[in-house]
Design a protein around this ligand. Structure first.
Ligand SMILES: *Cc1c(COP(=O)(O)O)cnc(C)c1O
Length: 437
């Protein structure tokens, strides 16, 4: 059977008549890799199915949330039950307290938590809080770290912005951007110097402790400790953006894995179990500044939505029911990465493989990748050849060199074997492409 996306091509053209670029989030458009994005009809477990009748093993997992795989029967059953009771009330429910309790137990640095509707909303709100608490204005972020699309943090933001080559968006006022200082990830000296010069003005440092939005990059040993120490010395708050790494790198997120206690944490993705959720939380004395406990305003018509809370609770319950959940999903991810790396080596490719729990990434580069600049040295054209060769063989990867991959509990050994086998064929095409150039 030959691989076709005829219906998708038609659907994409139709979508473009009504939606900018035909998509509701840029990287879905395949702009970076070229070609037509499959239009998805349904998903089950580790597999997704498109409207052209193609079936794929899915390593995107809706960009992170689907840690149990798609349409997990128990999550679906809970959602159906919840739906019978209505979809939104805009009034307190027991579900919100239940998920909040689970989050604070999983991540002890979070004493109080506020639920919102997206990761973007969480990081946006947490900056307001940090500025109010410290009575300072400047925010430090790291090149290639993505924290959502609001003005203050849409500076050298990795992810879709890098894929599309728009690192700094028009429409962000200079007056706002000047309060955002960008430094290189893993660069202790750069951050130290910045604090020596402007430490008294810095409200907070926001960081993806394990960056997954410039491809997957890992913190060098001791780096996060140094970031923690510097912020403490200068009275700035440390904000871990664990929207992606939370409940992924470990149940308690990167802060558990690396044993660091941030002041504030942002969450999203997995805690919504595939429904729209974000959250921010942290030290009680800081969080109590949030309205109505305190004067820092932040609200949301659909925040703490009963369906979203239900999906989050069910997901976290299922994850915690299995004492070996993280061990198993991490081992599967390692097996996948080792297998793909072995295939790459067969063709003489010394590509960089990174893994953190159930997140993984591969850079088409011979050189170590530890920050945004080194990530950008990857051969994106070679990745694109690999990506399309994988897609045609029924392997659905993120359509960009600068995104992470996600394993789910639903992926089987057969899935992994099939992916490794397909990788061999895909690397052969990469080798042919590079030889021709
Ligand atoms: C996905 C992501 C966000 C943004 O979350 P949305 O729900 O897409 O708004 C923020 N920070 C990180 C680290 C993310 O991976």
């Amino acid at each position: 059977m030959t691989f076709k996306l005829d219906k998708a091509a038609q659907a994409f053209a139709e979508a473009k008549r009504y939606i900018p670029g035909g998509v509701n989030s840029p990287v879905r458009s395949f702009r970076g890799v070229g070609g037509t994005p499959p239009f998805i009809a349904r998903a089950n477990g580790s597999h997704i199915f498109d409207i052209d009748g193609n079936e794929y093993i899915d390593y995107v997992g809706s960009w992170g949330p689907m840690i149990l795989g798609h349409a997990h029967p128990e999550v679906m059953a809970e959602l159906r039950n919840a739906m019978e009771r209505g979809t939104s009330y805009g009034a307190p429910t027991l579900l919100e307290t239940e998920l909040a309790r689970m989050v604070t137990q999983a991540i002890p640095s979070i004493q109080l938590v506020r639920f919102v509707n997206s990761g973007t909303e969480a990081t946006m709100s947490v900056l307001r809080l940090a500025r109010a608490y410290t009575k300072r204005n400047k925010i430090v972020k790291f090149a290639g770290c993505y924290h959502g699309h609001h003005d203050s943090l849409l500076v050298k933001a990795g992810s879709g912005a890098t894929t599309l080559g728009v690192p700094d968006s028009p429409g962000v006022p200079e007056s706002i951007a000047t309060n955002t200082i960008t430094v290189e990830y893993n660069d202790v000296d750069g951050l130290t110097k910045l604090f020596e010069q402007q430490g008294q003005e810095i409200a907070a440092v926001i960081i993806e402790p394990v960056p997954g939005n410039m491809g997957l990059v890992l913190p060098q040993p001791g780096y996060l400790d140094k970031v923690r120490a510097l912020t403490e010395t200068y009275g700035a708050l440390l904000i871990f953006d664990e929207v992606m790494s939370g409940f992924r790198v470990a149940y308690g997120g990167a802060q558990e894995a690396y044993n660091i206690t941030p002041d504030l944490t942002c969450l999203g993705k997995v805690i919504g179990g595939g429904l729209p959720v974000g959250a921010y939380g942290g030290r009680r004395d800081i969080m109590e500044l949030i309205a109505p406990a305190g004067p820092v305003y932040q609200a949301g018509t659909l925040s703490g939505n009963p369906l979203a809370m239900t999906a989050g609770i069910a997901t976290l319950q299922l994850v915690t029911q299995d004492a070996d959940f993280y061990e198993k999903i991490t081992a599967k991810t390692t097996a996948l990465c080792d297998g793909i790396q072995a295939k790459a080596k067969e063709f003489g490719f010394n590509y960089q493989f990174h893994q953190a729990g159930s997140m993984f990434g591969m850079f088409f580069s011979d050189k170590p990748v530890y920050d945004y600049e080194s990530a950008k040295l990857s051969n994106a054209a070679a990745f694109n050849v690999y990506f399309h060769a994988m897609l045609e063989q029924g392997i659905y990867l993120a359509p960009s060199q600068f995104e992470a991959g996600f394993m789910s509990a639903a992926h089987t050994q057969e899935d992994i074997n099939a992916t490794i086998y397909a990788s061999g064929k895909a690397f052969k095409k990469v080798a042919e492409y590079l030889a021709k150039k």
